[in-house]
Ligand binder design. Structure first.
Ligand SMILES: O[C@H]1[C@H](O)[C@@H](O)[C@H](O)[C@@H](O)[C@H]1O
Ligand SMILES: [Fe+2]
Ligand SMILES: [Fe+2]
Length: 304
């Protein structure tokens, strides 16, 4: 049986700068006001700025870059792709994330559930009609449950942080690129050329990405037959792929569908990144709305 899922239309709107917006804030499409500083008062994603998190974030990336090899990713995809660990609903999973703080994130030290709700609510304000995008905001980081003991308590380097393809050369634009020199694939001629094991336009679906919460959550959504549109699944799967959506690297691996979906990912990224703040959302107040979306796009219980 073929299920045809309607693709959302992308309307690009140019928004005039409002008078009441302060000079140091940037207005982007959708009307979202991008703050200049993160919850520590520093510029976003500045991996070299001296801050209380700088050195631990750098250590995080060192371990991540050394250990994310082609063989490691293959093994993890096989092991976790079978989804035989836990049965639970999407909301139960959101609650599980309450106890984790992401060690790779220079901008936020709040529990993850705060970040999920902040992202979803910020999108909802600017794109009230795209309910699939609100839900995508809510669930995009749920793959971080891999940190939980019932998922084997994976180390942070195998769960969070920016992602990148394995099986071809690591692009210079990947954060803390220098640490790849200690990755065994770095000197492997099968994996260290521009295309490596891939070919021009092969499509990201055929590219192995470093293992973490993105690809895992994509597998969960797909295997449990979520009816989210392909742009939603794409966002979940590649939202940490900053080398692509920020720096434009690896475009030679994309196919036409990727090019379309990337437009939505770029929109999504602003909300994912810039909604990080100390502003608290009242969980109980927004919960009924998100439960209704979960019901629309997911089965009651999912295999994880
Ligand atoms: O530190 C962050 C965090 O782990 C996010 O969830 C991930 O999507 C980002 O790409 C990463 O840089
Ligand atoms: Fe993420
Ligand atoms: Fe996120």
């Amino acid at each position: 049986m073929t299920v045809i899922v309607e693709q959302p239309e992308l309307e690009v709107e140019v928004v005039e700068k409002k008078d009441d917006v302060e000079e140091n804030e940037l207005l982007l499409d959708g009307g979202f006001v991008v703050p200049e500083t993160n919850s520590f008062g520093q510029t976003f994603r500045d991996y070299n700025a001296e801050s209380e998190r700088q050195s631990s974030v750098e250590q995080f990336y060192r371990t991540n870059h050394i250990n994310q090899t082609y063989d490691f990713v293959k093994k993890m995809r096989e092991e976790y792709g079978v989804l035989n660990r836990v049965e639970m609903s999407i909301w139960e999973c959101c609650e599980l994330l309450n106890e984790f703080v992401d060690e790779s994130d220079p901008d936020l030290d709040e529990p993850q559930i705060e970040h999920l709700l902040q992202t979803a609510e910020a999108i909802r304000k600017d794109y009230p009609n795209e309910d699939w995008l609100h839900l995508t905001g809510l669930i995009h980081d749920l793959g971080k449950v891999l940190l939980h003991p019932s998922f084997g308590a994976l180390p942070q380097w195998a769960v969070v942080g920016d992602t990148f393809p394995v099986g071809c050369a690591f692009d210079e634009s990947v954060v803390h690129h220098k640490y790849f020199k200690e990755n065994p694939d770095y000197n492997n001629p099968a994996y260290n050329t521009k295309f490596g094991v891939y070919s021009e336009g092969c499509g990201l679906n055929n590219v192995l990405m470093s293992w973490g919460h993105d690809d895992y959550m994509y597998l969960v959504a797909k295997e449990n037959k979520s009816t989210l549109p392909s742009a939603g699944l794409f966002i979940i799967r590649y939202h940490s792929f900053y080398a692509l959506h920020r720096a434009g690297a690896y475009e030679h691996l994309m196919n036409e569908e990727d090019v379309e979906n990337l437009k939505w990912l770029k929109i999504f990224n602003k909300y994912d990144l810039y909604s990080k703040s100390k502003v608290r959302i009242d969980v109980e107040e927004v919960k009924p709305y998100y439960l209704s979306l979960i019901k629309k796009y997911f089965p009651e219980k999912l295999k994880w």
